[in-house]
Design a protein around this ligand. Structure first.
Ligand code: MGD
Ligand code: MGD
Ligand code: SF4
Ligand code: MO
Length: 665
């Protein structure tokens, strides 16, 4: 037995440094038997989350694909790697010859955050001139809102949070989705900070906070502008900072003028006195810290909702103080040289683009996609409008290749299913969007069966297609060399040798670093308050036919759909997906706790068991977690109900913007 240390590869801001216990194994040499956190890592602090402690069970799951498989009729037959790669290469050549490179689509997301297995592998598709995938399913509305305001995403780092004296956890269930922020929040509280949680329903974070502020979904812009209205009315804004560091304070003052507490109360459902109290506390407490999540961005006007909140610390000059400001992401600190990462230099202006949120439409036969390669994502569960996504996957004239570690509902629809390695079984490099540590993992374990890294598969296919693009064939050392070839001060002294030797390396971002003290890295060098944001009501409003708003936030024991195949974790989530409703709403429908309800939207319908919950805003239905369809009583994923509608900024997903009907099943 021995302990090793590796970075968690999952799509989570914490990017933990894990302590993994390995035991001897007669076939593999060694296998992982236990996962906890590295006690010596300043952010991980010795604990892993409630889900990743179960990683060994997913790694050695009895259903894990271990050999290449080919569809024959309704089932799969095992084939050799050579046969799989030769046949896929042949079929791809035919597609390219007949229809050109725009008939080829990669579909990927962040199943692994690794820069090699997650990002660099796109080089295969770029070398072929395939469609460019716009990776919009998660963060683009938020990213655009931040970048147009501040430039690179230099959110407040966790180490500085204990200095804050007032904290808003705003549109984030951080105890579930960013659990390694909690120790820093606790320190801040010990130092006297008051913590508010602003969210449409009461969850773990609301219970941790000093007070939960229930807000109507999609109305955060009104609340933030309401705070600004009062701050300007009271004359409590930081005029000197607005003058020195920002552009557009007059426009913002004008934009905030209509948002009286009375009007804001009507929109958000928050009492006038509460709005005034929160604004007063925010305007008179320094440092104040806001942690936003992506929740409020997953609405039609999600970009403007988030952007309005992002402007608050600028109005109050909070960026002048250690612990003051706001965090959406810390990705901006990682000043890697990404020029040839994933052969990005090959993308041409005329390369056609497919928005990944609109996969269902992209797979319509007349759109001309004839070959689809899926890796690091489970679109049959996570992409909107599931029924139409499945229709697309089932097209006879579409070649579907899926690289997977798990027998997902997407994998089951593949023509060729290729077994993929896990983060313990391949080498990679990881950034973080919640802190400033770079993580490197060597290949630690032999993979069971014939599982291979994504990069190996695409290199083998590249050879068979005669591709000569050199970046496709880079090994990890070459990629590492490229990524670290930068003079940026945050990256100084971070060499490939150091990264490989230490495994986790903190960037040179000093604690107490004030990224926006005098302005921002925008075109004007200042924080852009213009165009001033505004609140726009969603075009989808309650109607007699679809009277309820459905939101579908992350579950505590899953990571998107990863872990949805482990029964102890599905049990911990209640055994099956549940529809949380306010008791009054349920009473009107004659629905009782534990009864089945039919939930329907213009996209489709599902059946879910109802769970009454006083902490849900009336008129809202909450469905936590991207459960596998097969865990649901009707076998259907919740995205059966969601739509391809895009956000105002960043053309992102709108997973919380759904109007649905609820009836007795
Ligand atoms: N346990 C767990 N952790 C995860 C994930 C997971 O699935 N499970 N997913 C990972 C991924 S991919 C991501 S992108 C991140 C973060 O993903 P986020 O989407 O930021 O997730 P949450 O932290 O749950 O924040 C969403 C919160 O916003 C609330 N919300 C919805 N609409 C609104 C609104 O209009 N206004 C306000 N104020 N709140 C609203 C929801 O009720 C929910 O509590 O989490 C990552 N971490
Ligand atoms: N209704 C609703 N839908 C949502 C969301 C929501 O809140 N509500 N959240 C959205 C968000 S924020 C996101 S980020 C997306 C996430 O959606 P996805 O990116 O699809 O994330 P997962 O569901 O975790 O699936 C990742 C898959 O990648 C596989 N994988 C992991 N590592 C590797 C590897 O090295 N190689 C290969 N070949 N495969 C690998 C895993 O086995 C897993 O099946 O879902 C979105 N969908
Ligand atoms: S999923 Fe997030 S919290 Fe859990 S171990 Fe991985 S990085 Fe840490
Ligand atoms: Mo995400």
């Amino acid at each position: 037995m021995r302990d090793v240390f590796l970075t968690c590869p999952l799509d989570c801001p914490d990017a933990c440094r894990l302590k993994i216990t390995l035991a001897p194994d007669p076939v593999l040499g060694e296998r992982a038997i236990k996962v906890t956190g590295d006690a010596g890592h300043p952010i991980t602090q010795g604990f892993a989350c409630a889900k990743t402690v179960h990683y060994p069970a997913r790694q050695y799951h009895p259903d894990r694909p271990l050999y290449p498989m080919k569809r024959v009729g309704e089932g799969f037959v095992r084939i050799s790697w050579d046969q799989a790669l030769d046949e896929i290469a042949e079929r791809l050549k035919e597609v390219l010859q007949k229809h050109g490179p725009h008939a080829l689509l990669r579909y990927n997301y962040a199943g692994t955050m690794g820069l090699r297995e997650g990002t660099h592998v796109h080089s295969f598709f770029r070398a072929l001139g395939a469609n460019e995938l716009e990776e919009t399913i998660c963060a683009t509305a938020g990213t655009e809102a931040w970048m147009m305001t501040y430039g690179p995403r230099y959110g407040v780092i966790p180490e500085d949070v204990p200095h804050a004296r007032l904290i808003f956890l705003w549109g984030i269930n951080s105890l579930t989705t960013n659990s390694h922020l909690t120790p820093w929040l606790k320190k801040a509280r010990k130092n006297g900070a008051k913590i508010y949680h602003i969210d449409p329903y009461q969850n773990k974070t609301s219970l941790f906070a000093d007070e939960h502020i229930k807000i109507n979904p999609g109305t955060d812009a009104a609340l933030a502008l309401g705070f600004m209205h009062l701050i300007f009315r009271w004359g409590l804004e930081d005029r000197a900072y607005l003058e020195e560091a920002c552009v557009g304070s007059e426009e913002l003052r004008e934009a905030a003028r209509p948002y009286t507490p009375e009007k804001v109360s009507e929109i958000t459902g928050i009492a006038v006195e509460k709005i005034e109290q929160l604004a007063r506390e925010y305007a008179t407490t320094t440092p104040s810290y806001i942690r936003v999540g992506y929740g409020m961005t997953r609405h039609e006007y999600g970009g403007n909702n988030l952007r309005s909140v992002l402007l608050l610390p600028a109005v109050m000059g909070q960026w002048k103080h250690r612990g003051g400001g706001v965090t959406l992401s810390t990705s901006g600190y990682f000043h890697l040289n990404r020029r040839k990462l994933g052969a990005g230099h090959l993308i041409k202006a005329e390369t056609p683009r497919v928005n990944m949120t609109q996969l269902a439409s992209a797979l319509e036969p007349e759109k001309g996609i004839h070959a689809l390669f899926v890796y690091n994502t489970n679109p049959v569960v996570v992409a909107p409008d599931t029924d139409r996504v499945i229709q697309g996957f089932k097209r006879e004239d579409l070649l579907v290749v899926v690289l997977e570690q798990a027998m997902t509902e997407t994998a089951k629809l593949a023509d060729y299913l290729l077994p993929a390695t896990t983060f313990m079984e391949h080498e990679d490099l990881y950034t973080s969007y919640g802190h400033t540590h770079l993580g490197y993992n060597p290949k630690m374990l032999n993979a069971p069966g014939e599982a291979k890294p994504n990069s190996w598969v695409f290199q083998e296919l590249g050879k068979r297609l005669g591709l000569t693009e050199e970046t496709l064939y880079w090994n990890m050392d070459q990629l590492l060399e490229h990524l670290l070839d930068t003079d940026h001060p945050f990256m100084q002294g971070i060499t490939p040798e150091k990264v490989k030797q230490e495994g986790s390396v903190r960037l040179n971002v000093p604690e107490g670093h004030l990224p926006y003290l005098h302005g921002a890295l925008t075109q004007t060098g200042k924080i852009q308050l213009i165009p001033a944001p505004h609140y726009t009501p969603d075009s989808l409003q309650p109607t007699p036919e679809f009277p309820f708003r459905l939101i579908t936030p992350p579950a505590h024991h899953f990571l998107n759909s990863t872990y949805g195949n482990l029964s102890n974790l599905t049990q911990a989530e209640g055994g099956e997906p549940l529809a949380l409703m306010h008791p009054e709403d349920a009473a009107h429908l004659g629905l009782e706790h534990g009864q089945d309800a039919k939930l329907s939207s213009p996209q489709g319908e599902v059946v879910r068991q109802v769970r009454l919950h006083e902490g849900v805003t009336p008129g809202v239905v909450v469905l936590e977690g991207s459960w596998w369809g097969l865990s649901a009583r009707d076998g259907k994923s919740i995205n059966t109900l969601t739509s391809e509608r895009l956000t105002d900024l960043g053309a992102g997903s709108t997973f919380h913007a759904n109007m649905i009907a609820v009836t007795k099943a």
